[in-house]
Design a protein around this ligand. Structure first.
Ligand code: ZN
Length: 602
């Protein structure tokens, strides 16, 4: 996305600069991003918002009363906000520092595709030169990634102390990565310069100035991540501001203030970001870690005082407590503060993209993750669900559709009649008052025994159907048996005896374990009567040992996830015997699959 020559955005930028650089402002004070060779890229939405903000700021001082009404400065509902921010995702760099998170190059390419699909402004791809994996990523990205919206960014650091920029290996790798933009980290806290880098404050400032100038001379757009900025500012504000000044003067596009240890609180963020914005013309960005539980709040605090670039990771991945969760920052800004982030029509992609990325990084999605979690629009208690059936905004802070999530009614022993009635209606079942009472009694008893119907929608549906007098007529079990035999190798064999279609069948199957063998034997016994069963597969099998409520020791709870390619369902079995629990869950899975098969020959 590099356009040659001036663009509309450039013109408005130039006009803004002219406005800003009016009488009373020395030229040295002017924003220098865009000086040097020529502006070679259009301004991002966040940068335009930044420029507009500066113009209004100036205007405000000169003609307070002429303030455009659209800014709504005295609206108590919303503070004076930027119109847009740039969303900078660092899942592939900072996010992959998370313990247990490891991505192959293929995974990284897939994650980048998802982020582009979602519509973030920048994707930080990794640190070329730091490891072969990231180097390979940047080598393959131009051929294998066709980003439609996002700009790929390579990450690195300033030159080392005492080395010329042109001789520094890290900077060379950044140029070789051949991205349009780079982000370099600079130590901006006195303590880290003195104790970790073991160099002087002057040298730390020179490292920033030289590195940014070198990268700009190589025609790269440069973001400066000022590491430990907030802590550094509290200890020695003058030094941290010198770092930013060096970056601004050398032509950095954005000054990103990083809360590297994640301990800063929102009121501190507001104060410090305001100070920086008052002092510099360059766009200001923020980067927060969640160690105090405030990463999202801090990001919003930064934007409310004028930051127009926000860094974070989808799903809040990152080392320790993680980075700011973009799956919360984005909807908070877009939906609540009306600050434009990703394109508005892509907001409903937030939940599917968040879940897809969770799958790619192989970390189970957190059901309680704000906006996108599976439980965050789920309603359980009876009173509450009857209210939500009348008014959806009674217990939901936004309409879940806006972020691609959905309202769910959860049924458990705590369920009231209204929840159950809604669930029955969802399934197209009519439950009279007696049936309702019987289901509620069964639910309470079964959950006491260790069942958990909230997570077993398939078994719940069968339970509701049975309460209306329905029984499954697909087959009639006589007995089953499983043998595990340790010979040269361990083999498992199951036999199922049942009646199906008027005849008695005995079928045997081998498997790599008891559940697999039982599944094989049941399919062998009834498969020819029900060809639809071929399309039904078990996809997951989970076992949990529970303390028995009956006090007779422990019971085993088995959950089986199944799919027919279109829908997926979960069934449950509970018993003191793991085979019996598995059989229950397996039978429910098969019965549910047959019940919903498009057509079967009974
Ligand atoms: Zn970080």
């Amino acid at each position: 996305m590099s356009g040659d020559g001036p663009t509309l955005a450039d013109e408005s930028y130039a006009a803004a600069k002219a406005g800003i650089g009016g009488p009373g402002h020395g030229h040295g004070h002017t924003h220098r991003h865009g000086d040097g060779p020529e502006h070679s890229h259009p301004l991002t939405a966040g940068q335009e918002a930044h420029v507009r903000g500066r113009m209004l700021h100036e205007h405000e001082h000169e003609h307070e009363h002429e303030r455009p009404p659209s800014r709504g400065g005295h609206d108590f509902a919303l503070p004076d906000l930027p119109t847009a921010v740039d969303v900078f995702d660092t899942t592939l760099r900072d996010g992959s520092q998370q313990e247990g998170l490891s991505l192959t190059v293929d995974d990284k390419l897939r994650v980048a595709e998802q982020l582009d699909h979602l519509g973030v402004t920048f994707i930080e791809g990794g640190w070329p030169g730091a490891n072969p994996k990231d180097a390979e990523f940047f080598a393959r990205a131009p051929k294998e990634l066709s980003l439609t919206r996002a700009t790929l960014v390579a990450f690195g650091s300033t030159r080392r102390a005492g080395v010329r920029a042109e001789d520094d290996e890290t900077l060379r790798h950044l140029v070789e990565a051949q991205t349009e933009a780079v982000c370099i980290v600079a130590k901006s806290s006195e303590m880290h310069v003195v104790d970790a880098l073991r160099t002087t404050l002057d040298e730390a400032v020179a490292m920033v100035a030289d590195s940014v100038a070198f990268l700009r001379a190589n025609d790269l757009r440069v973001f400066l991540d000022a590491e430990h900025f907030f802590d550094g500012y509290k200890a020695n504000p003058e030094f941290t501001l010198r770092i930013l000044q060096a970056a601004e003067e050398a032509g950095a596009e954005t000054l990103v203030l990083c809360d590297t240890n994640g301990g800063t609180l929102p009121h501190e963020v507001q104060g410090i970001v305001t100070t920086v914005l008052d002092r510099f013309e360059t766009q200001v960005g923020v980067h927060f870690h969640n160690d105090s539980g405030c990463a999202v709040a801090n990001s919003l605090a930064g934007v409310t005082v004028g930051a127009t670039h926000v860094q974070g990771c989808v799903n809040g991945y990152g080392e320790r407590a993680g980075n700011a969760d973009l799956a919360a920052v984005v909807p908070d800004l877009s939906l609540k503060l009306r600050v434009s982030t990703i394109p508005a029509d892509r907001l409903p992609l937030l939940t599917p993209v968040s879940h897809h990325i969770a799958e790619l990084v192989n970390i189970a999605p957190n059901p309680q993750q704000p906006f996108v979690g599976a439980s965050v629009f789920a309603h359980k208690a009876g009173l509450h669900t009857s209210a939500i059936a009348r008014r959806s905004d009674a217990y939901e802070h936004i309409s879940p559709d806006l972020v691609g999530n959905g309202t769910r009614f959860v049924v458990s022993e705590m369920a009231g009649r209204s929840t159950l009635a809604m669930k029955a209606e969802e399934l197209g079942l009519e439950l009279d008052s007696d049936a309702m009472t019987s289901v509620l009694d069964s639910l309470k008893r079964l959950e006491y025994e260790g069942y958990h119907f909230e997570v077993a929608d398939g078994s719940l549906e069968l339970l509701l159907r049975r309460s209306t007098g329905w029984t499954q007529e697909f087959f009639d079990l006589e007995s089953y048996r499983v043998i595990a035999d340790q010979g040269d190798e361990l083999s498992t064999e199951a036999t199922v005896k049942l009646r199906v279609g008027g005849s008695r069948v005995v079928a045997t199957a081998e498997g790599n374990g008891p559940v697999n063998a039982l599944d094989g034997a049941l399919r062998a016994a009834i498969g020819s009567n029900y060809p639809a069963l071929e399309g039904v597969h078990l996809v997951d099998y989970r076992v949990r040992v529970l303390d028995s409520a009956k006090g007779t020791g422990s019971v085993t709870r088995v959950l089986i996830d199944s799919t027919d390619g279109d829908r997926t369902w979960t069934t449950i079995g509970v018993s003191e015997n793991i085979i019996a629990a598995s059989w229950q869950a397996l039978c429910d899975s098969v019965v549910y699959g047959l019940l919903h098969a498009p057509a079967f020959d009974a």
